[in-house]
Design a protein around this ligand. Sequence first.
Ligand SMILES: Cc1cc2nc3c(=O)[nH]c(=O)nc-3n(C[C@H](O)[C@H](O)[C@H](O)COP(=O)(O)OP(=O)(O)OC[C@H]3O[C@@H](n4cnc5c(N)ncnc54)[C@H](O)[C@@H]3O)c2cc1C
Length: 216
Amino acid sequence: MKRRDLFAGSFALGAVAARNSWASVPAAAAALQRTATPGTMPHLPPLHVHMNQLTDIKVCLRPFRAAGPRLDVEKIGDKTVIHHYGHGGSGWSLSWGSADIVVGKAASTLEKRVAVIGCGVIGLTTALTAQRAGMDVTIYTKDLLPHTRSVRANGSWTPDSRIALTKPAGPGFASLWEQMARYSWKTYRDYLGLPGNPIDFRDSYTLSDTPFDQTP
Ligand SMILES: Cc1cc2nc3c(=O)[nH]c(=O)nc-3n(C[C@H](O)[C@H](O)[C@H](O)COP(=O)(O)OP(=O)(O)OC[C@H]3O[C@@H](n4cnc5c(N)ncnc54)[C@H](O)[C@@H]3O)c2cc1C
């Protein structure tokens, strides 16, 4: 749902509820052709899903690094290498915040020319963040869009998906993760409502043959 619609919906809901005193939020939401607010159970129409409605199947590996993303700095010869990989199932979600951290590290070297290796979501957000910081950026990559793994991913807001294991990540990871997540959220928020809808709010549903409160 677009943010504009969300606000329009809440104002309209207030107006309708005052006029008709709907018995429940889902009833009012249905009358408005909107989705009920979280915490209530909307009435979903039955899905008519058939194999011939599948338009695409994508398969690829979801990489996982037990210690969480690697963001450390290494000196190789006269080059400063800043590692930036290993975001597991959270690369889209944490990308801007993670890029902000590594570009900060690059900036502290006072070097203006930066080479970014790779143009998945991590490479692209790093390159853009570095450009916005005034650096001259060149991207070197094996695969161009749309052939990166990032393009095959969902791109949903899932900042805690397969991001790390508690022990290998260590005690400092929680605050680093929070820093990345908060910065990314704020950055994505700025893209709401732009032409082409690069970012939007969507309802999503999970199907299961067994009730969700039972272990399958
Ligand atoms: C199925 C699936 C669903 C996902 N869903 C989500 C989601 O909903 N939300 C979310 O936040 N995250 C999600 N993720 C995770 C997210 O997609 C990844 O964390 C993210 O795409 C990783 O980005 P990347 O740029 O590091 O890697 P990639 O997209 O793999 O990009 C790597 C780049 O490096 C280049 N490269 C590789 N080797 C070399 C080389 N030797 N020389 C030069 N260039 C090289 C490649 O060509 C490519 O350009 C999902 C992942 C998968 C697999």
